[in-house]
Design a protein around this ligand. Structure first.
Ligand SMILES: [Zn+2]
Length: 311
């Protein structure tokens, strides 16, 4: 005779089928603190995460696609029935803000650096360059504008749980990081990339390296865990390695400039050296060529960065 459980299993139309896989891997970092890490197929476009407090949930970043954001909301709903109160955009780039409307529809107030309102619809078009499609352009132009903006640090209380939002310099000119002091977890957005070549399009490597150095100087750094914008959950060793990577990009491009190399010749030369120094990093030709071009512009003093707009 079949057990009741076996009968129910046979009766279920989905018996034996695995559920649709998530576009990210959910990782528990501390009680109520989760990282959602984008997979090798880049279905989410970037990492995200969330913090569950007794007074509600704060989400960090909204991923690139509405589908990924819906999956994120689904995971939160599976874990808690507390209200989703906030989503913090670590910066304006669409791979972190693309799912904002889904989070807003789920009840979240969108928190961002004050510059994000002026950039999220306009500057994301530049970010995609020749990869923009009419569909993506329309989606970007309809992205919601943040509700609550700051150019200072901000403390959010989720009931009795404290979350600190800090403004930092380096990646875009409108960057926030989120720390959960009771668990030594830091959501860095794209201020940190783990074993992936970073996108320097809007960055100042000089400012960026100083901010990453500050991460390392935090007294809690050795026991902290960092959720980067791209790549797996990181520790202090990864922070130190990322800082060294930024320094090496600047040094190698500087050397190539001193040797009189034209920017087209710099990219293959610098990329080969970076790959030798960081053999376990994902450094695509496209990413490396862009990185070299932007670093060269920064060193030449011709780098264009997003310009803050008046409210
Ligand atoms: Zn990103």
């Amino acid at each position: 005779m079949l057990s009741l459980a076996a009968v129910l299993l046979l009766a279920s139309p989905s018996a034996g089928q695995s559920p649709t896989p998530l576009p990210f891997q959910l990782k528990l970092l501390a009680p109520g603190v989760y990282a959602a890490i984008d997979g090798p197929e880049h279905k989410s476009g970037s990492n995200a995460g969330f913090v569950i407090g007794d007074g509600g949930v704060l989400v960090v970043d909204a991923m690139f696609t509405p589908d990924a954001a819906r999956a994120l909301v689904g995971e939160i709903r599976r874990l808690t029935d507390k209200p989703i109160r906030y989503v913090v955009n670590t910066h304006y780039h669409a791979d972190h803000t693309g799912g904002d409307q889904v989070l807003r529809d789920a009840g979240a107030t969108i928190i961002a650096h004050r510059n994000v309102r002026g950039w999220v619809r306009n500057n994301n078009i530049n970010l995609f360059g020749d990869r923009i499609t009419p569909e993506l352009k329309a989606r970007i132009e309809a992205l919601p504008l943040p509700d609550l903006v700051t150019d200072k640090d901000l403390v959010v209380w989720l009931g009795s749980r404290k979350v600190i939002i800090r403004t930092v310099l380096g990646h875009t000119g409108g960057d926030l990081i989120v720390t959960v002091p009771d668990s030594n977890v830091v959501f860095t957005g794209d201020m940190l990339w783990r074993k992936v070549a970073p996108n320097l399009i809007d960055g100042s490597v000089g400012e960026w390296e100083a901010t990453v150095a500050d991460f390392g100087r935090n007294p809690e750094a050795a026991k902290s865990r960092y959720v980067p914008g791209h790549g797996d959950v990181a520790d202090l060793k990864d922070v130190t390695e990322f800082r060294a990577y930024l320094r090496d990009v600047r040094r190698l491009v500087g050397d190539a400039r001193s040797a009189g190399l034209a920017v087209e010749a710099m990219a293959p030369a610098v990329t080969a050296k970076l790959r030798a120094l960081y053999p376990d990093w994902a450094i695509s030709d496209r990413a490396a060529a862009a990185e070299v071009r932007y670093m060269d512009q920064e060193l030449a003093g011709t780098k264009q960065r997003p310009i803050p707009q008046a409210d």
